[in-house]
Design a protein around this ligand. Sequence first.
Ligand code: ZN
Ligand code: ZN
Length: 445
Amino acid sequence: MEFYMQVSLIIVLFVFGPTTIFSSSSVSSNGLSEIPFKLLDFAQKPQVFDWMVGIRRKIHENPELGYEEFETSELVRAELDKLGIDYKYPIAVTGVVGFIGTRKPPFVAIRADMDALAMQEMVEWEHKSKVPGKMHACGHDAHVAMLLGAAKILKEHEQDLQGTVVLLFQPAEEGGAGAKKMIDGGALENVNAIFGLHVANHVPIAEVASRPGPFFAGSGFFEATISGKGGHAAIPQHAIDPILAASNVIVSLQHLVSREADPLDSQVVTVGKFQGGDAFNVIPDSVRIGGTFRALTRESLMQLQQRIKEVIMGQASVQRCSATVNFLEDEKPLSPPTINHKDLQEHFRNVAGDMLGIHRVKGHQPLMGSEDFAYYQEAIPGYFFLLGMADDKLGPLHMPHSPHFQINEDALPFGAALHASLAIRYLFELQQEVPLSAQEYHDEL
Ligand SMILES: [Zn+2]
Ligand SMILES: [Zn+2]
């Protein structure tokens, strides 16, 4: 594999050589609009496409959970080394931050997540996960391959960059707040804006879907212990029944969304765990319940969190029980809503429209799933979109987090070229708006 990759790199460099997509001295709006299409054409060349597919399959065979992406991170760094791209490592345990361009402002970031899920793959194919109980069932293997594809494209056109592209390979998107740790590690230093994508099984291939404003919900988790007094099931007057109390707690929690929330402000409270008692004729001492809550604004999310605690404590005491509530902030930190910056909407539509045709740039309803790209968007303007994979030839694709989840690898060139085009054009447009001399930045990459 190592030998093959080196040989293929030489071939790619020989066949394509460094190319100029536009000359900085003579850029016309016409020239700019051609960039996305040209980059897609480049990403679809067999040499580039096959290279991305190879990377994606290698990562798929060796899935690693959040903050354990050591081999994936090593693979990323090895490819960046081969491409001659500088990077910082480690950030956020396994994270890698690469730099392409002038090393001067403006700075724009593009991001991929690297972690897999703790589940057994049920798809029988040549590159099935080799690690029992772990699987890339959310497409993050494809995300890494596409960001490396973008890195290759951008390096190829480095002389055209009007600033610096920052590549973020982050750990632990699946509930580990890897994005937050990347920011704490300085990954967004000097960065003006960030773009990210997620593969989507329900969006057609060669299409993208997104929306300005709230796109993915913010999410939090809770666990509560409701304690009463155990006793004989036939003598309830001598016991305090935590099962009945917990049942009332759960019913009351459902009123938070149905009675307290604005019906036009989507929210979810789901209790997914109920553990208590293991005999037919015994009232147990305590019951544990747990669940998740979702909202499309940070205010609604915080309001839900506060009310969940109040309802559990209050309703437990109505039944003479006590309760403790834990929001699991260490293991499963609160994830803010993914809110697309309105000012980047037009940029995204223009770039994606120039590549795919504007009729393939679709709107999308907000989703109650969550995505930790939201942390970046709380820090700087950011834009997140769905990349289509659905193709009638393949039949219906399974949802992310399904053990039957599959990637349509034909989507890889679209993702790589979109990443690269969004970054190149953003730098160019910002450079036109704010002259280099007027920008301030820290001189430390
Ligand atoms: Zn996921
Ligand atoms: Zn995901």
